[in-house]
Structure formats: structure tokens, C-alpha cells
Design a protein around this ligand. Structure first.
Ligand code: AMP
Ligand code: MN
Ligand code: MN
Length: 351
């Protein structure tokens, strides 16, 4: 099949009525549903080191495909984090490095580039890219990138509703997890009125907000608390910038896993007066994992992109080459000028 000749891209801003010439454009939802209905076997995948939005949206998409009578394989490069392992159907997600098929299409959720999956063998298939990252790119044969929604789960929900499929309590639980985690518990700038509307519909469909929040926020293992202690003992603050790090030794000493590093950055951001924060953790082979966060005035996605990663304006990340000192200096060289220009802007406004 010549995939290139079947490529469809959606440019919402270019589809303004006054610009429309010829037949009305097909909506991404309609185009994706048509593909799902016409195929039989699909692969659903997301980014490596899957988070709540990745896992929840994959599971909900798998449930939709099953309701449509289709076969769905759910695959990620890394295992599902412990906090999401009890989600309905989570044990059906397989871990692999290479995918073989045959598939009528691959549905990529939450991946701003094909390489984010860390899966091999994808390029031979028709690719449906569904994403919401600020750094999202149209690498698929069919692309639906909506940067306004707080989680990709919200886009999967739109597909479910348009298909006339049933939002079961199990599906609602998976989708509620996507929005709860990607908004940091409804705290990040991506949270808007429609986010609560989405959450409300899911609770009415059977998602239990208390139970889901407890599984995610109140089941922290001792290893992560010890790792957090190590990170906090390295906390540095310089004006409105704060940062922390953990070494390989810290991770080994606390018996922590790389998964335990998730979310630690928020403890630097929560300091009073801090506008941007970052957290570095040493990975094997002298690689450094970097998490960047902002309270809204600094676009950390732009910084992460320059460092080879991506993400959202307020939450982004990348993986850099070590050693730790070198990565720290490089990130500081990006963030210090950004915060300095922010300080100049703020000074100007108060005049
Ligand atoms: P994290 O700091 O790992 O929680 O990631 C925050 C955000 O940045 C998420 O939306 C990730 O998808 C994105 N992100 C993290 N690491 C990378 C990377 N290496 N490349 C692209 N995006 C990333
Ligand atoms: Mn994600
Ligand atoms: Mn997401």
C-alpha cells in the first residue's frame, strides 16, 4: 500500500469557512472512525515510559476497538508503572521492542514523534497520530493534533462518543486517569472549564474519583520517599528558578527505580516564589533524564525541544548525554536567560 498517497493532515486553523474551496473538509474524528470501521486488526501504542495519559488512553482505545468488533494489540516499549497496573485491562498491554503485524493501521497516542514510542517496525504500517503536545508533529499518514485538550484521553472520548460506543465504568476509569494525571490533579495551566466537563461526564459514567486519586497519589512506595529525600537534600534555588538532582548512587542506595523519579520535579516547583523548576536523574550509560516544569510564564516545551525532547508549555522533558555536571550546566544555560528576561518584563510592567 502506498501510504504517502493516502496521507491526510488536519490543519484546523486553515479550515476556516472563508478559506474553504471545494468539498467541505472531512473532520479528523470522521476520518479516523472510517478507518477503524473499514479495518480488522489494529495496533495501539504510546510513548516509552508510559504515563497515566498514555496508559489510560491506550486502554480506552482498545475498549472502543473491541466494541466495534475489531482486534486490538496494545504495546509499549516499557512496562506500565505500578500506580496504573490495576487499571481495567492493564494486563493486556504487552511490552515489546519490535512490532510485526499485520495491522490495518497503527494508532499512536501521545507521541510527538515516531521515535517517542521506542518501538521498531512501525513505519511499514498506516499511521494514525493522535496527540496534544505543544511539540506535536504531523509524522503520521493521518494526523489529529489538538493542543487545547488537557489529555489525549479527551480525544479518545470524542471518538467513542462519535462512534456511538458505550462509555462503560471501566472505560470511564481509564479516561479519568488520563485527565487527572496530565493536569497534575487539575493544577496545571491546561486545566480549563471543559476539563471539568469531561471529568464530570466520566464520573457520571462510573469513574470513582476518590478511588482513582488514592491509587495514584496515596500509594507511594518507601523507595520513592527515600529518593525524594535525596533529591530535596540537593535542592538549589536561584531567584525564581529551583532545581534538584539524584545520582545513580542515590537511586541504588534507596532501592528506587527510574519510575520513582516521576513527579519529583513538582517538589522543586512548589517552592514559594519559584516560577520554573527542573529535576535531573542519572540513567545508565551516562544518560541524564531531565524533567522541566513551569508555573505558566516560561515555555519549557520550547527549551526541552532545543535540548532534543518535547512536551507541553508547563511540563516538558528530554534525555541528555552526561555527565550530570555537564547536563546541569546546559539546562541552566537555557533557563537562566529565560528567567532573566521574565524578570525584565515584570519590572517593566510594574513601572
Ligand atoms: P516528565 O517530566 O517525564 O513527566 O515529562 C513531562 C512531559 O514532557 C510529558 O508530556 C512528556 O511526554 C514530555 N517528555 C518527557 N521526556 C521527553 C522526551 N525525551 N522527548 C519528548 N517529550 C518528552
Ligand atoms: Mn504522556
Ligand atoms: Mn498527555
Amino acid at each position: 500500500m502506498d501510504h504517502a498517497s493516502r496521507s491526510i493532515a488536519f490543519h484546523p486553523r486553515r479550515l476556516a469557512p472563508e478559506a474553504a474551496i471545494g468539498p467541505p473538509p472531512v473532520s479528523p474524528v470522521a476520518a479516523i472512525l472510517e478507518l477503524l470501521r473499514s479495518g480488522e486488526r489494529f495496533l495501539v501504542c504510546s510513548h516509552a515510559r508510559p504515563d497515566g495519559d498514555a496508559v489510560g488512553s491506550m486502554l480506552a482505545m482498545g475498549m472502543l476497538l473491541k466494541q466495534l468488533g475489531k482486534q486490538a494489540d496494545l504495546v509499549t516499549a516499557d512496562r506500565i508503572p505500578n500506580i496504573h497496573r490495576e487499571l481495567p485491562g492493564a494486563d493486556e498491554i504487552r511490552t515489546a521492542q519490535t512490532v510485526y503485524g499485520p495491522y490495518d493501521a497503527v494508532i499512536l497516542l501521545e507521541c510527538d514523534g515516531l521515535e517517542r514510542t521506542r518501538l521498531h517496525g512501525l513505519k511499514q504500517f498506516f499511521l494514525i497520530n493522535i496527540d496534544h503536545h505543544a511539540t506535536g508533529r504531523e509524522y503520521g499518514n493521518l494526523n489529529w493534533i489538538d493542543r487545547k485538550v488537557a489529555s489525549v484521553g479527551e480525544l479518545v472520548y470524542r471518538l467513542v462518543k462519535a462512534a456511538g460506543a458505550k462509555v462503560t465504568p471501566q472505560m470511564a476509569t481509564c479516561l479519568y486517569t488520563t485527565v487527572l494525571t496530565d493536569t497534575g490533579g487539575f493544577c496545571y495551566g491546561s486545566t480549563q472549564a471543559s476539563t471539568f466537563g469531561f471529568a464530570q461526564e466520566l464520573v457520571l459514567a462510573g469513574a470513582d474519583p476518590l478511588l482513582i486519586a488514592q491509587k495514584i497519589y496515596f500509594t507511594t512506595p518507601a523507595s520513592k520517599l527515600l529518593l525524594l529525600g535525596a533529591a530535596l537534600s540537593n535542592l538549589k534555588q536561584e531567584g525564581r528558578l529551583a532545581w534538584m538532582w539524584v545520582t545513580r548512587q542515590d537511586i541504588v542506595r534507596t532501592a528506587a527505580t527510574v519510575e520513582d523519579c516521576d513527579g519529583i520535579v513538582n517538589f522543586a516547583l512548589c517552592a514559594s516564589g519559584v516560577e520554573a523548576a527542573f529535576f535531573l536523574h542519572e540513567l545508565p550509560e551516562q544518560r541524564i533524564g531531565v524533567s522541566l516544569r513551569s508555573k505558566g510564564q516560561i515555555n519549557v516545551a520550547a527549551i526541552a525541544k532545543r535540548l532534543g525532547g518535547g512536551g507541553h508549555e508547563s511540563a516538558a522533558g528530554c534525555t541528555m548525554q552526561g555527565p550530570l555536571d555537564h547536563a546541569l550546566a546546559t539546562v541552566l544555560a537555557e533557563l537562566r536567560p529565560a528567567l532573566a528576561s521574565l524578570a525584565r518584563d515584570t519590572d517593566g510592567k510594574s513601572d
